[in-house]
Every structure is written in structure tokens, then in C-alpha cells.
Design a protein around this ligand. Structure first.
Ligand code: ADP
Length: 474
């Protein structure tokens, strides 16, 4: 019998230890989904920083090893703890650069650069100390990118020789400029890459794109888009030279965590076979926010980081253009102060129609997915996007910009509504189309059922990652 492939999976966040955004969902699900593929025999192990926000209580922690990492002319001590969750070994790495930082993504850029460079180096050194030689090192986004570059540089070392690397790009926009100095301190010099601008040679994400054996963008459309000037941030020319090694694999959602039939947060559970039960959730949502009960008016929702990437301004502008139509809206999000203010202004101008909840609220997000008729996602760019998949699973029809993962997961007119341009006029026209469709109840119910029956489970994506691992090692 062949031995299982060993995969060292590095991430800055993973649910349920710590979740800030979509990466936390991915790193909290994909390693399990990979281990669950019995036919593939993958010994995946997750490594996370032991962030100060991770509470040790309730976890069975074993101290695995302690060591020091060379840094400049000195050394930094690191400690590694292990806990096993549902059969997945999880290593938590501690040390001054991690414990000294109060947030997962530190507002002080230097602290963040130091923390994640330390973490990336320590995760590799841990494998050596534990004599657990991976076949593949799989890193995600800039925070763990330095590990990919390091493995490439250590190919003369018998421990790392022949170890393959996979780098997943969840968001090309964050390159890790804050880590430039730390990379030098931990012994990682700039690369020499003629297809890169000079700044890129010194930053961890571009270094990993250069060094990785395979680059995975989190949707096929995003894999194409990052090779164009519009989305490539100046790295598109280089990425075109690597087009053979850039693939797209869409993320999944964890169907046991996102299930309207078993979700405790809801007023009433429901399934695609019993959509009538869903309306109790909408009624509860409207009364929770003091909005009038009006079944003729579709409830439109946003659940998002308040960021220009997400096109919050586009959606708010579009809603102001269609006030001649019946609709109500619930906006849940936090982030950019100007966008938060714009959301509050819309609520103030249309108090009978609009409710804005400016906060992060996981329970409320579930209730909104279960009660909204439509979820608005006019993203300027969207590498994959999870919210539209959760929305479809809960019967909320996405109205989204045709970009990245939104284009790959939503079928216009069948499971949602797509539009091409980042403009509130174009979005307003699409909302008119969607609201007209909502008026034909029988067809709308069919559309909801079709969306709910789509398969966004992790299994499909996990098989694609497993294929990739085997291909690299063979
Ligand atoms: P991104 O990772 O770019 O923020 P995704 O769509 O991939 O976007 O994932 C966002 C995740 O965060 C979803 O699970 C969504 O429900 C959740 N989320 C975003 N904003 C909020 C909020 N204000 N309250 C609760 N959950 C939120």
C-alpha cells in the first residue's frame, strides 16, 4: 500500500480557532475535506500562529517542541503546541512576534510583517524538528508566502530537497509590503526577476508566485483575471509567463455549518422542499428591524466587509436609483468609515425601507441569509466569494457583478443575476430585472430551489486539490 502524502498547510487564520474573513472559512474547512477523501490518503496538518485571540482553555494542548530561529545577528525563541480537532492535527506556533500582537492582522504593519515572517519560518523549522518531512508545503496569501520561497531556496538541504510547493492566492491585492524588512532579517533576500517591478522582488506574495511549483487562484475566472492589467497589480506579465502553472479551484462551504434545515440561529428551519417555511424568517427579520410586513416587496441584503472592493458604494447608489419600485433592505457590515456612513445615510433617508447594522454579527448574518430574497454583491473584484454560495444554499438569490468567483458560481437568470460594469446605473438596471422576476412567484420559487440544489460542498474542490498534490509529487 502506498504511504499517505504529507501536506503541511499554513494559514494566518482558520475557523473555529480564529476567523476574520473568508480565508478563515477556507482554512477551517479544506484540511478536513482533504483528510475526509479516504481514497486519496492525504495526511494534512494545519499550522496556525498561536494568536493572542485564540483561547487555550477547552483545547487539549501538547507542547511538541521548542527551538530558536536565527534573525539578524540574534535569535528568536519559538514554541510549538499541538491539538487534534476531529482527527486533524493542528500546530499552534507561539513566540514573541506572535504573542506581542493583539490582533490577527495587526494595525502596525511592521508588527504584522515580523509576525508572519517569523511564523512562516517557524512552521518549516517545526517540521524538521518533528522529523515530519512533508511532500507538499501549501501556503495561503502573503502571510505564509515566505515559507514557499524558503523551501525553494533550501533545495540543497536534504530535508527540503524535492519538497513541492502550492501557493493559493485568495487576494492578490495584499502583497505583504510590511514584511520587506523582516524577510531580510530572517535571511530571505530579494529575488531577481526581470518580469517584475523592482518593489515586487522584495515582497513575500510576489516571491511565492515566483517560487511556487503550482499557483492556485481561488476560482478559474480569477486565475485568468490576475493575468490581466486590470486585476494583476503589475504582476500580470510575470503571471502570463507562468500560465501553465496557474490554475483556478473554487472554494467550497462547509455544508454541516451552513445548513438552513439545522441552523439554530433561525426563526424557522426550512429546506428546498419546504420554501413556505422560509417566509417565517423574513417576517421575523422585518419585525426585528421595525420594517413593515410587505410580501410584495423583496427584501434585499448585503452581508459584507464595508470595503470599496465589495462595491458597497455601487449598491447604495443603485438602491437610490430604484426608489420607484417596492423593496426593503437590510445592510450588515463593518469596515471603512465612509462606507459605513453612506449605509447609515441610506437608512436615515429611507427609514421605512432600510435597516443598517454596522457590526460583525455571525448570528444575524445567518438570519439574513435565511430571510432575504436577494443578496447584493457588486464586487469590483472577487477572487472567489463565499457569501453568494451561502446565500444560494439558504435560498437568497444573488445579484452580483460578473467577476472572479461570482461569475463562476452564479448562472445568470437561473440561480442569480449578473451584471458586467462597476456602475450603479448598470446595477440599478439589473435590480429592476431581478425585482420584476420576483413578481412571478412560481418562477422565483423555481429559481430559489435551483440555487439551493447547487453543489458548493468542499468535496468537489478537495478532489481538485488532491489531484494537484498527486500530480506534483508524481
Ligand atoms: P471576504 O473574505 O472577501 O470578506 P467572502 O464572501 O469570501 O468575502 O467571505 C465573507 C464571510 O464573512 C462570509 O462568511 C460572510 O457571511 C461573513 N461576513 C462578512 N461580513 C460580516 C458581518 N458584518 N457579520 C457577519 N458575517 C460577516
Amino acid at each position: 500500500m502506498s504511504k499517505p502524502l504529507k501536506i503541511l498547510f499554513l494559514a494566518s487564520e482558520a475557523d473555529p480557532f480564529v476567523k476574520v474573513g473568508g480565508l478563515g472559512d477556507v482554512a477551517g474547512s479544506l484540511p478536513y475535506a482533504l483528510r475526509a477523501l479516504r481514497s486519496e490518503k492525504l495526511d494534512v496538518r494545519l499550522v496556525l500562529p498561536f494568536h493572542s485571540t485564540i483561547r487555550g482553555e477547552g483545547l487539549t494542548l501538547n507542547r511538541e517542541t521548542v527551538f530558536t530561529l536565527p534573525r539578524g545577528s540574534g535569535e528568536v525563541p519559538a514554541q510549538v503546541f499541538r491539538t487534534d480537532i476531529k482527527g486533524l492535527p493542528v500546530y499552534l506556533i507561539s513566540g514573541a512576534p506572535v504573542t506581542g500582537s493583539l490582533k490577527v492582522y495587526d494595525p502596525n504593519p511592521n508588527a504584522d510583517g515580523e509576525k508572519y515572517t517569523f511564523f512562516s519560518m517557524a512552521a518549516l523549522e517545526m517540521a524538521r524538528r518533528l522529523d515530519w518531512r512533508p511532500n507538499i508545503v501549501h501556503a495561503n496569501d502573503w502571510h505564509t508566502a515566505a515559507a514557499i520561497y524558503k523551501v525553494r531556496r533550501e533545495q540543497e538541504d536534504p530535508f527540503w530537497a524535492g519538497v513541492k510547493t502550492v501557493f493559493s492566492v485568495h487576494n492578490l491585492g495584499y502583497m505583504g509590503a510590511e514584511a520587506e524588512n523582516a524577510l531580510l532579517d530572517y535571511g530571505l533576500p530579494p529575488i531577481a526577476e526581470p518580469f517584475y517591478p523592482e518593489w515586487a522582488c522584495r515582497q513575500p506574495l510576489p516571491q511565492a508566485l515566483w517560487a511556487a511549483d503550482e499557483i492556485v487562484a481561488v476560482s478559474p475566472s480569477y486565475a485568468q483575471e490576475i493575468q490581466t492589467p486590470e486585476y494583476g497589480y503589475g504582476l500580470e506579465t510575470f503571471l502570463q509567463t507562468r500560465r501553465e502553472t496557474v490554475i483556478g479551484i473554487v472554494n467550497g462551504i462547509d455544508y454541516s455549518l451552513w445548513d438552513p434545515f439545522h441552523d439554530d440561529a433561525l426563526e424557522k428551519n426550512f429546506s428546498a422542499d419546504d420554501l413556505a417555511a422560509r417566509s417565517a424568517n423574513k417576517a421575523a427579520m422585518l419585525s426585528q428591524f421595525g420594517l413593515t410586513q410587505n410580501p410584495q416587496a423583496p427584501l434585499l441584503a448585503m452581508i459584507t466587509r464595508m470595503d470599496y472592493q465589495k462595491g458597497v458604494d455601487i449598491a447604495l447608489g443603485a438602491l437610490r436609483k430604484i426608489t420607484d419600485l417596492p423593496w426593503q433592505a437590510v445592510l450588515l457590515g463593518t469596515g471603512n468609515a465612509e462606507l459605513e456612513a453612506q449605509a447609515r445615510r441610506l437608512e436615515a433617508d429611507f427609514p421605512n425601507r432600510v435597516a443598517a447594522a454596522i457590526r460583525f454579527d455571525a448570528k444575524l448574518s445567518r438570519q439574513i441569509y435565511a430571510s432575504a430574497d436577494m443578496l447584493l454583491m457588486p464586487s469590483r473584484y472577487e477572487p472567489c466569494g463565499l457569501a453568494q454560495m451561502i446565500a444560494m444554499r439558504y435560498g437568497a438569490i444573488p445579484v452580483a457583478r460578473a467577476t472572479g468567483g461570482l461569475r463562476d458560481t452564479i448562472a445568470d437568470g437561473r440561480t442569480g443575476f449578473l451584471f458586467a460594469d462597476s456602475s450603479h446605473n448598470v446595477m440599478a438596471a439589473t435590480l429592476r430585472r431581478a425585482i420584476a422576476a420576483y413578481g412571478h412567484r412560481g418562477n422565483w420559487d423555481d429559481m430559489q430551489r435551483t440555487a439551493m440544489f447547487e453543489d458548493f460542498s468542499w468535496e468537489k474542490s478537495a478532489f481538485q486539490y488532491a489531484d494537484l498534490y498527486h500530480r506534483l509529487v508524481d
